[in-house]
Design a protein around this ligand. Structure first.
Ligand SMILES: Cc1cc2nc3c(=O)[nH]c(=O)nc-3n(C[C@H](O)[C@H](O)[C@H](O)COP(=O)(O)OP(=O)(O)OC[C@H]3O[C@@H](n4cnc5c(N)ncnc54)[C@H](O)[C@@H]3O)c2cc1C
Length: 411
């Protein structure tokens, strides 16, 4: 006997993508349940999967590749003022976004993040002004910083540091205000029914919905909830937090930085301007070479990685970087935090249907700045079964591990 599902949509995972999906769906009038655990209090004793957003700072800018990522971020950003006003949760801090790289890029396969030409072209396509700073202009713009000789930069002056925990709080507040229900549980199984999907939680509860969105981030394959794994590489990432006196300890932008000396790459990653963390202290954040160095597959591997607290060797890399970059600044302390990240072979998010009742959403490396738009697109796809956006849906097609593809994952 078939029974009418209680909800139009069940969203699995209450991170940036899931929270945004729930709010956009609820704001259309749909009955929505969002199921996902809150942030665990203590990583050192953690069991289970983890997330990519348990942190205070993510770049929100257009100096990105591919173009479609910058576009998703811009579409999201256009709605942030309204979201902040309506919820009273401010998750944005203005910053300059500066991509620093050697004037003469070394040969080899440096990440596209450090290829100035497509970054500048993308910004131009989107009508966003960026400055080209030569070595002297870079030094003059940020006199507290010492850059490696021969390095130049691209700069977007109207970028933001986005607090991903704050973004999730705002999206959840808007979703709940629009009638969505939030359940703090982990989903352990989904089951197709005649009229929809039954979603079961570890706590023993179950929910029925016409359709379901999986927004479980880098842990998506590890949840085992999809019938077959996605082509998706998941990594244990590390952020290094260097504690400083306060926001005025240093005047600096937020940087994607490639540092090369004598043809050798010494650092490639992010250096974030001071951000206040929940302990009330201020930190500079770096995340560098080990970002994609710790592949993880299972729930148990993820939990074990989280319990390590991150890659301790990254502290030395960060210390050396900051000593050169900010010779007058002595961090009060340095520590690591674990994080999860993932990469798709297309370098674009997956926003796709798994079957007629199931949608999967994944964006591994820029899913804070672009989450609101990915959630809007995902909610529309799940509720209507159709792709109606002017962007081609093919750009966001999910790839499956059991299907051949020429592209390496995580390149
Ligand atoms: C070091 C680092 C730097 C980054 N820098 C940037 C940046 O500058 N700009 C940017 O935009 N992005 C950045 N990112 C990426 C960004 O943080 C992620 O893309 C984003 O967090 C993805 O959001 P999500 O909702 O898809 O996944 P997540 O944030 O991982 O959230 C997924 C949620 O699903 C939940 N979940 C998992 N399994 C289950 C289950 N079985 N049942 C229910 N819930 C479940 C998890 O608990 C989690 O809350 C960075 C990431 C890292 C690690």
């Amino acid at each position: 006997m078939s029974t009418e599902p209680t909800y139009d949509l069940a969203v699995i995972g209450a991170g940036p993508l899931g929270a945004a999906t729930a709010r956009h769906a609820a704001e259309t009038g749909a009955r929505v349940v969002l199921i996902g655990p809150d942030e665990p209090a203590d990583p050192t004793t953690h069991e289970g999967t983890w997330s990519g957003h348990y942190d205070q700072g993510r770049l929100c800018h257009v100096l990105e590749v591919p173009l479609v990522t910058s576009l998703l971020a811009m579409r999201s950003q256009r709605r942030f003022a309204d979201l902040i006003t309506r919820t009273g949760v401010n998750f944005l801090t203005p910053t300059h976004s500066v991509t620093v790289l050697p004037d003469q890029a070394p040969g080899g396969s440096a990440s596209l993040w450090f290829d100035a030409e497509p970054l500048a072209r993308n910004a131009a396509d989107l009508g966003v002004e960026v400055d080209h700073l030569d070595e002297d202009a870079l030094a003059a713009a940020y006199p507290a910083l010492r850059f490696e000789p021969g390095h130049v930069a691209l700069r977007q002056q109207d970028a933001f540091i986005l607090d991903p925990r704050g973004l999730v709080r705002a999206e959840l507040a808007a979703a709940l205000a629009a009638g969505a229900e939030l359940v703090r549980d982990e989903v352990v199984s989904t089951e197709r029914r005649e009229d929809g999907v039954r979603v079961c939680g570890r706590g023993g509860a179950a929910w029925t919905a016409r359709s379901v969105v999986h927004a479980t981030g880098a842990a998506t394959n590890a949840t085992g909830l999809l019938e077959r794994p996605l082509r998706l590489a998941t990594y244990g990432a590390t952020v290094v937090l260097a504690e400083i006196d306060g926001p005025d300890a240093v005047e600096m932008p937020t940087m994607m930085m490639m540092k090369v000396r004598d043809g050798r790459r010494l650092f490639g990653g992010i250096v974030m301007a001071p951000v206040r963390y929940p302990d009330g202290r201020w930190y500079l954040k770096t995340s560098g070479a080990s970002l994609l160095a710790h592949p993880l597959e299972t729930r148990e591997e993820i939990a074990a990685w989280v319990r390590t607290g991150g890659n301790a060797a990254d502290i030395e890399e960060a210390r050396a970087l900051l000593a050169d970059l900010l010779p007058d600044l002595e961090p009060l302390s340095m520590r690591t935090r674990p994080c999860l990240v993932c990469a798709t072979p297309s370098d674009r998010p997956y926003i796709d249907r798994v079957d007629d009742r199931t949608v999967v959403l994944v964006e591994g490396e820029r899913g804070a700045m672009s989450a609101d738009e990915i959630g809007r697109l995902g909610a529309g796809l799940a509720l209507t079964g159709r792709w109606t956006d002017t962007l081609p849906h093919e750009a966001f097609t999910a790839q499956w591990a059991d299907e051949p593809s020429g592209e390496p994952v995580g390149a």
